[in-house]
Design a protein around this ligand. Structure first.
Ligand SMILES: [Mg+2]
Length: 218
């Protein structure tokens, strides 16, 4: 199913909170994505006693099976769980092996945008990444202090999309769905459930696209 390029009801106002995804949304780094995928490959390779290349094919095939089963794109986390992996172990490896500081640089346009948005809205972050790595990525981007709440995989060990976790986040930030705008780079993973609950959603896959968000929030 092809997601809409940017989904938002331009005529409505009343947004009080903006909930951002992190990876692929606030920054793009193909290289960091490759490092995360390679680390997952090594983990599944160790788990299954296969080579990393075989593990990569196994993960890809599993994501396709999950997509067929659910009708939606699946996350790397869900594929690793399906393959018998332990998310806590996988994320400990991510945190130990990956050095985002090498690949993610401060982005002044993003910092200025979030500061302007933060003056009028509560900003929150909800990521399938872990606490250590997401904190280091936010620090590398220069946006570490700009979010009121940061929800990581470690809060629940239940990756997006997860309806119970999402409803828990809305309760935690004290907002109704109609008061929230969710922003993410993967419709099925970041935005489909919030949209189903009645939140507004904004799909963005580049910082240039993200910068247009201001023109549509009233
Ligand atoms: Mg993302």
């Amino acid at each position: 199913m092809t997601p809409p390029a940017a989904v938002i009801d331009l005529t409505q106002s009343g947004i009080r909170a903006i909930v951002f995804d992190l990876d692929g949304t606030l920054y793009q780094s193909e290289e960091l994505g490759h490092e995360i995928a390679a680390c997952a490959d090594r983990y599944i390779a160790d788990l299954k006693g296969v080579t990393p290349a075989e593990a990569a094919r196994l993960i890809q095939a599993t994501r396709e099976v999950l997509k067929e089963r659910t009708g939606y794109s699946s996350s790397l986390s869900h594929a690793c769980i399906e393959l018998g992996g332990d998310l806590e172990v996988l994320h400990r490896r991510f945190a130990a092996d990956i050095e985002p500081e090498r690949l993610v640089k401060p982005d002044e346009r993003l910092v200025r945008l979030l500061k302007r948005l933060g003056a009028r809205h509560e900003l929150h972050l909800y990521t399938n990444n872990n606490c250590s790595l997401s904190g280091r990525i936010m620090a590398a981007l220069g946006v570490a202090d700009l979010f009121r709440r940061v929800f990581t995989i470690e809060d629940s060990w239940r990756p997006k999309p997860d309806r119970d976790v999402l409803e828990g986040i809305l309760r935690a930030i004290g907002m109704t769905p109609s008061q929230c705008l969710f922003v993410g780079d993967r419709y099925d993973i970041d935005l489909r459930l919030p949209a189903e609950l009645g939140c507004r959603v904004f799909l963005t896959q580049t910082v240039d696209e993200l910068l247009t968000i201001e023109s549509i929030i009233t």
